[in-house]
Design a protein around this ligand. Structure first.
Ligand code: DP6
Length: 318
């Protein structure tokens, strides 16, 4: 039996968003979602058995609150044979909690590491289902390229699977507006959003958009992918503004980037936005256009950092 295991998983960006829960305890979503796993942003996690009295977490070389991972490990203790306490050492190569979905890569890496140390069969469906309990979006980071998380109806039926395991030349330019801790967690934000009177129509539209998105990916039609993803994401943020306790992840800079992206699109370049639970914007484009856009964005926003990401792989062991 191995005593220490290290796994890596990449973050993913949803093109069709998960934004709402039908069951909070089991972390079941109100919508199915679809994402692309990124190559440049990832989490590396080591797990080790310990005879200490509690699970512990060292995140980015600093001792951190282990409540959330401990809850996750306790869930695994009930699903499989009980196991000793675990010390977790994790490093995020992602601007943490700024809407770049580090919880996705974190819980996917932790799941992969735990499956190895516990010598569980590496059934990806099962790994995805378990990762989901840590963070919904983590269910998709088990896979490379494009993954769909089918919402399912109970703990067993809600997991992600590989949808299209090919790099279709989609590029994402990440505009890092803020690497500060976000003010509203996605867990809380989506539950508030569900109180918007328009929420159910967004859910219905999302189901249609998922099917359109699948065919756009199969056709490698980046323009279609971008248009659908942009509409889906802006619709998600609209729910935040219309819910009972309205909130907004956008800052002025977020809005400026959105406007400039639209301006680029109207001037004939492939450029679309998607935004998660934070102010940062991901610009969807293709390989042929990415350098042109980068030059334009860097000139327009000299104070911001822009990174480029392409499709990345699923979890791996180091
Ligand atoms: C906006 O997976 O972070 O990034 O399940 O509560 O941990 P929890 O939420 P989380 O939500 C991600 C929301 C999103 C959209 C997406 O990735 O689909």
């Amino acid at each position: 039996m191995k005593n220490i295991v290290t796994a890596r998983a990449h973050t993913n960006i949803a093109l069709i968003k998960y934004w709402g829960k039908s069951n909070i305890d089991l972390n079941l979503p109100t919508t199915s979602s679809l994402s692309m796993t990124l190559d440049s942003f990832y989490t590396t996690t080591s797990v080790e058995f310990t005879d200490k009295a509690t699970d512990s977490l060292i995140l980015n070389s600093v001792s951190a609150d282990s409540t959330r991972i401990s809850k996750f490990l306790d869930m695994m203790r009930t699903q499989y044979d009980d196991f000793p306490k675990i010390s977790v050492i994790s490093k995020n190569h992602v601007p943490t909690a700024a809407g770049l979905a580090s919880s996705a890569s974190s819980f996917a890496a932790l799941t992969a590491a735990m499956f190895e140390i516990l010598e569980l069969e590496k059934n990806k469906q099962e790994m995805s289902r378990i990762a989901r309990r840590g963070s919904g979006s983590a269910s998709r980071s088990i896979f490379g390229n494009f993954a769909v998380w089918n919402k399912g109806w109970d703990d067993v039926s809600s997991y992600a699977e590989s949808f299209y395991n090919q790099d279709i030349g989609l590029s994402m330019i990440v505009a890092e507006i803020s690497a500060n801790q976000k003010k509203m967690s996605s867990t809380k934000g989506m539950q508030l959003a569900q109180t918007a009177p328009t929420y159910n129509s967004w859910v219905k539209k999302s189901a249609l958009q998922l099917e359109e998105m699948k065919s756009a990916i199969s056709q490698k039609d980046i323009e279609k992918i971008g248009l659908i993803a942009q509409d889906n994401a802006l619709g998600m943020h609209e729910q935040n503004r219309l819910c009972q306790i309205p909130f907004d992840y956008f800052t002025n800079q977020t809005r400026r980037i959105i406007d400039f992206t639209n301006y680029c699109y109207n001037s004939g370049l492939l450029a679309f936005v998607t935004i998660d639970a934070g102010p940062n914007v991901k610009i969807i484009t293709d390989r042929a256009t990415e350098q042109k856009l980068l030059t334009r964005f860097r000139a327009e926003f000299p104070e911001m950092t822009f990174d480029v990401a392409h499709a990345g792989g699923g979890y791996e062991y180091l």
